[in-house]
Design a protein around this ligand. Structure first.
Ligand SMILES: Nc1nc2c(ncn2[C@@H]2O[C@H](COP(=O)(O)OP(=O)(O)OP(=O)(O)O)[C@@H](O)[C@H]2O)c(=O)[nH]1
Ligand SMILES: [Mg+2]
Length: 328
């Protein structure tokens, strides 16, 4: 199953109480106040972990609770702090509160975010000593911890998103160029959930996402693909997979671009490659139309592998030359 949403509860630790205590020593009849502060409660952090690829990697836990801080002690000893906990989430996790407001977006590996702040420890009575009051009995309680329900959502962190109409051969191409083995069949909507695959080219690697076929009106919610359009918002580049044996191939390509634009105009600003697939069949009409519109393309055949090496190289170079340098 492709899990991309999950709800968790985070609870930070309460601060330990400050104490009231007076120094007792032989030969010192009136020892001063020496009540220590309470320890700080543990904080719950969410941390982006590059090793995680889906929210499933987090396991089944729902509640993440940090320990309370310990009560202060005499001799001005501060209580122990509650241990902080780090909840690892996949890179790219978006965190929302119960009302759907975005709280943070954990895009960078290793970055942590305070999900529930541990309560501050209370003050011991020695803190209240003043010229007027040399023997204060006053001390304060620790502050309570926080409790929050968080909705996590992971947008695929694929480098390349495949877009195409059903049956264009997207999954077949993914099988050829990557390690993934999505199902292929000669009926539309074979792919119903996105599948990620790792492509290796000249010692570099990148991730492609095979997404369900789009249809006209997808941006308004028609078909299956619309549910997954949001996943390609974050990809670094797009691969348009066009069935070259379709004589209206260029029109299909324009329809796809219109759907993307209607969903989010920024999608069209991404770098892209066009694969005219099924080049084992007659694709001359499609080639002519693409040439006429000065649109470059790569001819591929997902069945015999023709052109798929060139396709992988071309995707790799746009990812690495144009995009990955932004991350440095
Ligand atoms: N002749 C030929 N057939 C192909 C080629 N690539 C894919 N096919 C066939 O086209 C059909 C659809 O292939 P898929 O890879 O499932 O297509 P898809 O775009 O993933 O389809 P959806 O998941 O339904 O959107 C299958 O019968 C494939 O065998 C190709 O290069 N040449
Ligand atoms: Mg498919």
């Amino acid at each position: 199953m492709f899990l991309d949403e999950k709800t968790i509860e985070v609870v930070s630790g309460k601060g330990g109480g400050g104490v009231c205590s007076f120094r007792r020593e032989k030969h010192v009849p009136l020892g001063g106040p020496d009540g220590g502060d309470g320890g700080k409660g543990g904080t719950v952090f969410l941390r982006a972990n590059e090793q995680y690829t889906t929210l499933l990697d987090m396991g089944n836990a729902y509640r993440y609770q940090a320990d309370a801080g310990a009560t202060g002690e005499s001799a001005n000893r501060t209580g122990h702090s509650g241990k902080d906990i780090f909840v690892d989430v996949p890179r790219g996790t978006i965190v929302r509160d119960g009302e759907g407001r975005i709280l943070t977006d954990l895009t960078e590996a290793g970055v942590s975010w305070v999900a529930a702040q541990g309560g501050a420890g209370g003050m011991g009575n020695s803190r209240f000593t003043s010229a007027q009051n040399r023997a204060p009995r006053q001390h304060t309680q620790g502050k309570p911890g926080e409790k929050r329900i968080l909705n996590l959502e992971l947008k695929l962190m694929a480098d390349v998103g495949l877009v195409g109409f059903p049956n264009a051969g997207k999954s077949s191409l993914v099988r050829k160029i990557s390690s993934a083995k999505p199902k292929v069949a000669d009926y539309p909507f074979t792919t119903i959930e996105p599948v990620l695959g790792i492509v290796q080219s000249h010692g570099k690697s990148f991730v492609v996402a095979d997404i369900p076929g789009l249809i006209e009106g997808a941006s308004e919610g028609k078909g299956l693909g619309h549910r997954f359009l949001k996943h390609i918002e974050r990809t670094r580049a797009l691969l348009f997979v066009i069935d070259g044996s379709d004589e209206n191939a260029f029109h299909s390509y324009e329809l796809l671009r219109n759907e993307l634009e209607a969903f989010h105009p920024k999608l069209l600003e991404k770098k892209f490659v066009v694969a005219l697939n099924k080049c084992d069949l007659d694709i001359s009409a499609a080639k002519k139309a693409f040439k006429k519109h000065k649109r470059s393309f790569i001819e591929t055949c997902a069945l015999n592998g023709e052109g798929t090496g060139e396709l992988a190289d071309s995707l790799c170079s746009i990812i690495y030359e144009n995009v990955k340098k932004e991350w440095k």
